[in-house]
Design a protein around this ligand. Structure first.
Ligand code: ATP
Ligand code: MG
Length: 601
C-alpha cells in the first residue's frame, strides 16, 4: 500500500519544497519564497522542467495505440457512475482521468449512468452527478444510460443462449454461492447447466414476461465451473427483480448484472479505453469473454488503476449513505464529507480538486492519501486567489482611551499582500474595536508578542496600541481591554523607528458585521475508520459553530461566490444558509496544516 504524505507544515506537498517561515503572531513575516509547484504555477514563476510531468501509464498505452493506429486513431472514454449516491473525491480522480484524456487527445468522453440496480437508484442522485461533473469543469460528449440498452442487452443474451453459452439456472442463490467453490476448490456444475437451448429460451422469455418471482431463476454464462478465476465460474448475467426502475419504470422485471452490462455498454458506445478501478482486474477476463462471444461494434480495452483512499474519512457510498441517513452529518453536502457537493460547500474550488487529482497521479496500485494533500491543494489555490479581509472569530472589546469620541477614519488595507494588482480597500477604524480573545493575555508567558498589560502591538494597517488596563466582571471575566494609541504610528509604523514584535487583526465595533462561523475538523478520529465500529470513531469535535463573530464591514456586501482569507484564521467561504440578515461562513482550511497537534495520529 502506497501512502502519499502531506508535508508537516502546510504548503509542502507531493513534489514540493519549503515555504517561508510563519511568525508566531500568524502574519507571514517573510514572503513565501520557496513555493510549491502549483503556487509557482499560479505566481507565474515555473521553469521549463517543472511543467513536463511524466505521462501516467494509461496515457502511455494510449500513445502507443495511436502510434499503431489502433481504433483508427479514435480515443473514447467514459465515466460510468451508478446513480445511487453523490459523487466523492474518489470519483473526481476517475472524472479527471477520463475527461482529461478526452480533452488532451481530442477524443470523446461519455457520462454513462450505470443504472442496473433499481432498488438504490434515484433521479436526485443522477442530477447531482451531472451537476458535479460540470462543476469540475467537464462536459460529456454524450449522456448515456445503461438502461437505454436493456433491450439490446436482452437480445445479446438471447444470442448467448442460442450459442449454448448461457443457461437458466434454477438453484437458489445460496446453492449457487455454495457450488461456486473456492480459491482452492473447483466449483460444482449446476444440475440445470445442460438444459436444452429451447428450454433456456423459453424460461428466459418467461423470466422477462414476469412469470417468476425474485430469485426463482437466473441466467448464467456457461463458461467453466473449475476456472481458476472464480469470476469465470458461470457468472450470473441476469436476475429477476420485481422492482420499478427510475427510468424504465415497470417495463422490466429482469435486470442485467454489472459485469455483463459494463462491457456491452462500452462496446455499444464505441469506447476505446474502458478505465476502471483495480478491484475489476479479476473481472477483465469476463469482460473480454462476453465481447468475444458476440458480434459487437468494437472491443474496448479495459485498463485498471488504483483507487483513491483518503485518511480520516470514508468514501464508500454505503458508508456515506449511513452517515447521511443516520444523521451524523447534515446531508450529502455537509462540508465535512468528502463528497464533491460537501467540498464545494466548504469552499473547495474546482481547479483545486483538479490540481489534487493531478498531484496524486494515476498508479497501478491502491494507496492512501493524507487529507493534508487535499488541503494543500486548496490552500495554494486560495493563497493566490483569495482576497484578504479581517474577521474576529472570538471577540474581545478594546477601547482606545486617547482616541477622540465619536470620531472615525479609514485605513488602507491591501487586498492581497503578494498581488498588488488586486488593489486596496478602506477599512473603518474607531475608538472601540474587537480583537481576537487569544491575542490578549493578562499574564503572558515569555515570547508572547501580542497584547498584554504594558505591551505595545501593531494593529494591522492601523496604529500601535499599548494596553493600559483590563476591565473584568465580578466573576473575573475580561469585559474589555483599555489601551492608548500612538497617533504618529498611523499605517503601522512609527516615525521614531520604534519596533513592535506583534501585529494583530481587529475590526471596528461600530462597523462590524455579525456572522456565524463554522470550523471543521476531521470527521473521524482514526485514519482508517472501521465500518463495524464507525460511530465510536466519529470525531465529536468535527464541527465547531461560533456565533457573534465580527467581520470587517466590506464582508457585509454579500458575494456568495467569493472566497476570502480571513487574516491569520484561514480561508472562508459563505455558506448557503446565509441570508441578508444572517451571514454564515465556513472555514475551508486553515492557513497552515496544524493537524497532528493534540490529535491522535
Ligand atoms: P462505491 O463502491 O462507493 O459504491 P463505486 O466504485 O461503486 O463506489 P461508481 O458509481 O460505480 O462507484 O463509480 C463510478 C466510477 O468511479 C467507477 O469507474 C469507479 O471505478 C470510479 N471510482 C469510484 N470510487 C473511486 C475511488 N475511490 N477512486 C478512484 N475511482 C473511483
Ligand atoms: Mg459501483
Amino acid at each position: 500500500m502506497v501512502r502519499l504524505k502531506a508535508a508537516p507544515n502546510g504548503t509542502k506537498a507531493a513534489r514540493t519544497v519549503i515555504i517561508g517561515k510563519v511568525s508566531l503572531c500568524g502574519y507571514n513575516c517573510r514572503q513565501a519564497n520557496g513555493l510549491t509547484l502549483s503556487s509557482r504555477r499560479h505566481y507565474g514563476i515555473m521553469n521549463k522542467t517543472e511543467t513536463s510531468a511524466p505521462k501516467n501509464f494509461i496515457r502511455q498505452i494510449i500513445d502507443k495505440d495511436l502510434e499503431l493506429n489502433k481504433n483508427k486513431g479514435r480515443v473514447v472514454t467514459r465515466f460510468p457512475p451508478e446513480p445511487n449516491g453523490y459523487l466523492h473525491i474518489g470519483h473526481a480522480k476517475s472524472i479527471c482521468l477520463n475527461f482529461g484524456i478526452a480533452v488532451d487527445y481530442a477524443g470523446r468522453c461519455n457520462l454513462r449512468f450505470d443504472d442496473t440496480n433499481p432498488e438504490k437508484e434515484e433521479t436526485e442522485y443522477a442530477e447531482s452527478i451531472k451537476k458535479d461533473v460540470q462543476w469540475l469543469g467537464y462536459e460529456w460528449s454524450r449522456l448515456c444510460y445503461a438502461s437505454d440498452y436493456f433491450e439490446q442487452l436482452y437480445q445479446y443474451a438471447v444470442v448467448l443462449i442460442k450459442q449454448g453459452k448461457a443457461y437458466v439456472d434454477s438453484q437458489s442463490a445460496d446453492a449457487i454461492r455454495r457450488n461456486r467453490g473456492s480459491l482452492t476448490e473447483p466449483g460444482i456444475d449446476s444440475p440445470y447447466r445442460d438444459r436444452s437451448i429451447e428450454e433456456n429460451l423459453d424460461l428466459f422469455t418467461r423470466m422477462r414476461a414476469g412469470e417468476f418471482s425474485d430469485g426463482e431463476h437466473v441466467l448464467r454464462a456457461r463458461i467453466d465451473m473449475s476456472a481458476p478465476n472464480i469470476n469465470m465460474r458461470d457468472p450470473v448475467l441476469y436476475r429477476v427483480r420485481h422492482v420499478s426502475h427510475w427510468r424504465t419504470h415497470d417495463t422490466w422485471c429482469i435486470y442485467p448484472m454489472y459485469d455483463y452490462t459494463q462491457c456491452l455498454s462500452d462496446a455499444i458506445e464505441g469506447v476505446t479505453h474502458s478505465l476502471c478501478t483495480l478491484e475489476f482486474e479479476d473481472h477483465r477476463p469476463l469482460y473480454d469473454w462476453v465481447l468475444d462471444q458476440l458480434d459487437v461494434p468494437c472491443h474496448p480495452q479495459q485498463i485498471e488503476f488504483g483507487r483513491l483512499n483518503l485518511d480520516y474519512t470514508v468514501m464508500s457510498k454505503r458508508l456515506l449513505n449511513r452517515l447521511v441517513n443516520e444523521e451524523h452529518v447534515s446531508g450529502w453536502d455537509d462540508p465535512r464529507l468528502p463528497t464533491l457537493s460537501g467540498l464545494r460547500r466548504r469552499g473547495f474550488s474546482a481547479p483545486s480538486i483538479r490540481d489534487f487529482c493531478a498531484r496524486i497521479g494515476i498508479t497501478k496500485s491502491d494507496g492512501i492519501v493524507e487529507m493534508g494533500v487535499l488541503e494543500n491543494s486548496i490552500r495554494e489555490d486560495l493563497d493566490y486567489h483569495a482576497p484578504r479581509a479581517m474577521a474576529v472569530l472570538r471577540p474581545i472589546k478594546v477601547v482606545i482611551e486617547n482616541y477622540p469620541d465619536n470620531h472615525e477614519e479609514t485605513v488602507t488595507a491591501q487586498n492581497h499582500p503578494k498581488r498588488p494588482e488586486l488593489g486596496t480597500r478602506e477599512v473603518p477604524f474607531s475608538k472601540t474595536l474587537f480583537i481576537e480573545r487569544e491575542d490578549f493575555m493578562q499574564d503572558p508567558p515569555k515570547k508572547y508578542f501580542r497584547l498584554s498589560p504594558g505591551a505595545e502591538v501593531r494593529l494591522r494597517y492601523a496604529y500601535y496600541i499599548t494596553c493600559t488596563q483590563v476591565v473584568k466582571s465580578d466573576g473575573g471575566e475580561i469585559l474589555e481591554v483599555r489601551c492608548t494609541y500612538d497617533p504618529d504610528s498611523r499605517g503601522g509604523s512609527s516615525p521614531d523607528g520604534r519596533k513592535v514584535r506583534g501585529t494583530i487583526h481587529w475590526v471596528s465595533a461600530a462597523h462590524a458585521v455579525d456572522a456565524e462561523i463554522r470550523l471543521y475538523d476531521r470527521l473521524f478520529t482514526v485514519p482508517n475508520p472501521n465500518p463495524a465500529d464507525f460511530e465510536a470513531q466519529l470525531n465529536p469535535n468535527s464541527l465547531t459553530v461560533l456565533q457573534n463573530c465580527k467581520l470587517e464591514q466590506s464582508l457585509g456586501r454579500r458575494n456568495p461566490e467569493q472566497r476570502y482569507q480571513f487574516e491569520r484564521q484561514g480561508y472562508f467561504y459563505m455558506d448557503p444558509d446565509s441570508s441578508a440578515r444572517r451571514l454564515v461562513f465556513n472555514r475551508t482550511v486553515t492557513l497552515r496544516d496544524s493537524w497532528g497537534k493534540g490529535h491522535p495520529g
